[in-house]
Design a protein around this ligand. Sequence first.
Ligand code: PLP
Length: 394
Amino acid sequence: MIPLVDLQTQYKSIQPAIDAAALRVLASGEYLGGPDVSAFEQGFAEYCNVGHAIAVNSGSSALHLSLLGAKVGPGDEVITSPFGFVATTAAICATGARPVFVDIDPLTFNLDPAGLADAITPKTKAIMPVHLYGLMADMDPIMSIARQANIAVIEDACQAHGALYKGKRAGSIGLSGSFSFNPGKNLSAVGRGGMVVTNDDEQAQFLRRLRDWGQDGRYNHVHQGFGYCMDTMQAAILNVKLRHLEHWTELRRAHARRLTCQLKNSAVTTPPEPHCCRHVYQVYAVRSASRDLLRAAIATRGVDSGVHYPRPVHLQQAYAGLGYMEGDFPEAERAAAEMLSLPISPELTDSQIDYIAAAVWSDAWRPRAATANLGVKSTRDLARPAQEQSEQAA
Ligand SMILES: *Cc1c(COP(=O)(O)O)cnc(C)c1O
């Protein structure tokens, strides 16, 4: 089976350095904070071309802090995309604010700026674009609309380490940007980890305190904060991996170019890379009108795949209280029914990439007419538990 994510092969490729870092931390007896965490913050800030990086214990914690940094709270509204991982919406709700969805651009799967103006109300406090799959949202119109309305933009860059938009790094354009180092992300911890990056000095100081119980000096709590600090072990391992991130990203991009080239004129639509952007392919998702059949067909040929994400957030039971209905965001709903993620790990070989492309092509021999009645009728049909994605693949 060609796996969707292969962290064992990655580990083996850099094992001596990872083992040395892990053993050094174990022997040190210091497991919280320390020079490993600050070195990782400095390295990641440089990588993102920002002034500050604040290491935390997950991407979800990073999102929560970035919202609090924008002073989002009860009674506020935050605009985001209904098509993505639920953590973005969950973080908004955790502040007491209300998520307001705007449909996606069907070509990029990112929040469509054309829908923004209508969604802004006097209660809107922030816009939280998600750089889905590793492609940045269309930031220029988002920033200019936000500036006019005097609201903050906070980037969910959890899938976009090293992505570029008009030469600017993901996370460096808005007030702050949040990253995840969840296993399966382009830069991954041996467990959970996250980062908020910002160019704003005051913001950085505030978030540094918030992540550590609001402390300004030991036991002097100046804000109501959280226990969100990154573990020393994660920072030590992430420091080793950060040195490889550019190389791994270039391998992902090479695999994506090869797949896209080979899938030209096939029945699937390959992911776009607008001229102004550098896509980092955290996910390489193709679009197919008969996604579930394609998924089954390539599985029989030993190619694993994923569905990111089978049901848009506005149709999740947990958020039924927001009052959205099926049909409210047709592009998000269609993407949920049609997107299929193919393996794109840096560790894959060219011949494995060719094999994946051939497996997709093999499905093309199925007569179109026979599939017409089997297609997904509604996103509700996608609720089968077997298709729920594991946390790791989130
Ligand atoms: C992974 C992810 C998160 C959550 O990150 P965790 O580190 O798992 O908490 C949030 N948003 C997006 C878009 C993600 O891909």
